[in-house]
Write a protein that binds this ligand. Structure first.
Ligand code: NAP
Length: 200
């Protein structure tokens, strides 16, 4: 099993950590502050989740990033080289308190994100559901809750798909970022925030 780091320990970072913990998968969770600020949080999530610095989380084989849009560049600055490693973009280009869409100058948010992690194999995933749905039981009435995945590198997508499957969700590959990114990006993407369950 590949090592997993999580940068961002808010609603989505904790929900993803909870999904991992529910399946006895190890991960390192980091925020912008001293790791001690997260001790109680990880104790509540489960024993497979440990606190770490931003640098420690960023050094793992798979790094999920879930940070407020305007803080992404600071959160990803000065980190070890991401070349060849999988970085999951769980972010959306909007944030409170105003919830005004960020200015992307015609680009997809994942394209902007990719520019912050040069060399990384970027996979867009875990960005379209509300946190309680990501943290909750994905098996519903005999079906499995759907998570979307998109990316330009097939092997990276396959690894994240395998993780999604292990978490109990049903992964749907939407293709490259240029296609899938626009379908799931919030706001605007027609699949964003859809809570779907795959039966059969
Ligand atoms: N909430 C949702 O319903 C939802 C759903 C899907 C996707 N998303 C996306 O997921 C991302 C995170 O949303 P959220 O709701 O989880 O936000 P959140 O609850 O506000 O949490 C943001 C996290 O980012 C961390 N952070 C900020 N600056 C950082 C830095 N320089 N270094 C390391 N960590 C830093 C914060 O740490 P500190 O506490 O130390 O500041 C905090 O743990 C956003 O892009 C959002 O659009 C959210």
């Amino acid at each position: 099993m590949q090592s997993i780091g999580i940068i961002g320990a808010g609603n989505i970072g904790r929900a993803f950590a909870t999904a991992l913990a529910n399946n006895n998968i190890h991960a390192t969770l980091a925020n912008s502050r001293d790791p001690d600020s997260l001790r109680d949080v990880v104790a509540a999530i489960g024993p497979t989740i440990e606190v770490g610095t931003r640098e420690e989380a960023a050094s793992k084989d798979i790094v999920l990033v879930a940070v407020n849009w305007s803080k992404l560049s600071a959160a990803l600055a000065g980190l070890p080289d991401f070349t060849g490693r999988i970085v999951i973009d769980a972010n959306n280009p909007i944030e409170g308190p105003l919830f005004r869409p960020a200015e992307l100058n015609g680009r997809l948010s994942s394209e902007v994100f990719a520019g912050l992690v040069p060399g990384a194999r970027v996979v867009k995933a875990f960005n379209h559901l509300q946190p309680h749905l990501l943290a909750g039981d994905p098996r519903i009435e005999g079906g499995r809750r759907v998570l979307f995945i998109s990316g330009d590198e097939p092997r990276a997508k396959a690894e994240v798909s395998a993780l999604i499957d292990r978490l109990g969700f049903f992964g749907i590959d939407l293709g490259p970022i240029s296609v899938g990114g626009s379908l799931v990006q919030f706001p605007g993407g027609p699949l964003s925030a859809l809570n779907l369950v795959k039966f059969g």
